[in-house]
Design a protein around this ligand. Structure first.
Ligand code: GLN
Length: 311
């Protein structure tokens, strides 16, 4: 098996030299300002050793990776409420698709497409206290990462709110079907602010460790969620975490992972490692192009795959 430290720096060097880096998301104007030249990688192994390379400590917009933490929070509060509103099937559609939601009566396929995430966020949103939802998600990621400085980037949240008409359409449609129950405005505001949370690869990899270790955060010994729920969240990440490229990701990498249009991916090698990678250039499906390639290289070299009986 490859030496992890050497591997991580080798992969970062290879990715930093890649000429084709994908296109940075520009439908959220603030994200278009980020250079495609960034690359960061952090792998935290089961002993807590952190192996990092590149822009490992530069904060970026976690975007849809936040859907994972919102889901954990909502499931810990009331799992039945979550599964009454959203399904657990891969969508095979773009993350912001509208047509499937209408065809299926306003019930989103899964919690990781935008519609499903908005329905989950609605569960965390209180009309009386518009900051409660994002506050709960921030509390969770801050405690997991052990860093109270993690915050929402106000400029990104504002930029998405100003241009987030598709998300508004999805939320209004679900309100019409009773899937979103509270105020649509409060739900959207919470969603835009959770997506605008800025974290580094190191913070993200630390925040993901409980998913590699049966729901227990090894840094604090705290139980974040049950072993069974952890397995199920990992199953959802594997089947739905990359939208209409989830099958391709499972084929190439074979690990549960959640991506975001900021170019970040959090991947979990159960029992082995929590991995965060960041490269802002995206594939046409909105997943980090080099982030995916880096994870493919890492998983292959380490033999890490949920389909590998020896891993
Ligand atoms: N905030 C983004 C949106 O709603 C998140 C999408 C993503 O990261 N795939 O469009």
């Amino acid at each position: 098996m490859a030496d992890l430290a050497t591997l991580v720096s080798g992969i970062a060097a290879e990715m930093q030299a890649m000429p084709h880096r994908g296109a940075v998301a520009d439908y959220i104007p603030e994200l278009a300002k980020v250079s495609a030249d960034h690359f960061g990688l952090v792998v935290i192994d089961a002993d807590g050793q952190e192996h990092s390379a590149g822009d490992a400590d530069t904060r970026f917009s976690i975007q849809s990776v936040s859907k994972l933490f919102a889901l954990v929070e909502a499931l810990n509060r009331d799992p039945d409420a979550v599964w009454r509103r959203v399904g657990r099937e891969p969508s095979g559609s773009a993350f912001n698709s509208i047509v499937q939601l209408e065809a299926e009566g306003g019930r989103p396929r899964n919690p990781f497409i935008n519609a499903g995430a908005l329905a989950v966020t609605d569960l965390l949103t209180s009309d009386d206290d518009p900051r409660a939802g994002v506050g709960a998600i921030l509390r969770l990621v801050r405690s997991l990462a052990g860093d109270d400085s993690i915050a929402t980037d106000g400029a990104v949240a504002y930029s998405e709110a100003a241009t987030g008409h598709r998300n508004a359409a999805l939320a209004h449609f679900m309100k019409a079907h009773g899937v979103v129950r509270g105020s649509v405005e409060a739900c959207l505001s919470t969603y835009f602010h959770q997506c605008a949370i800025a974290m580094s690869c190191r913070q993200l990899a630390r925040a993901g460790r409980f998913l590699a270790h049966g729901g227990i955060d090894p840094a604090s010994g705290r139980t974040i969620t049950s072993p069974e729920r952890t397995r199920r969240i990992n199953a959802l990440m594997l089947t739905c975490g990359h939208y209409d490229a989830s099958g391709e990701f499972a084929f190439r990498v074979g690990l549960p992972a959640k991506s975001g249009v900021g170019g970040g991916i959090l991947a979990i090698a159960p029992g082995r490692a929590s991995i965060a990678v960041w490269s802002p250039g995206l594939s046409p499906q909105g997943n980090s192009l080099l982030g995916t390639l880096a994870l493919e290289r890492l998983a292959h070299a380490m033999g890490w795959s949920v389909f590998n009986p020896d891993a």
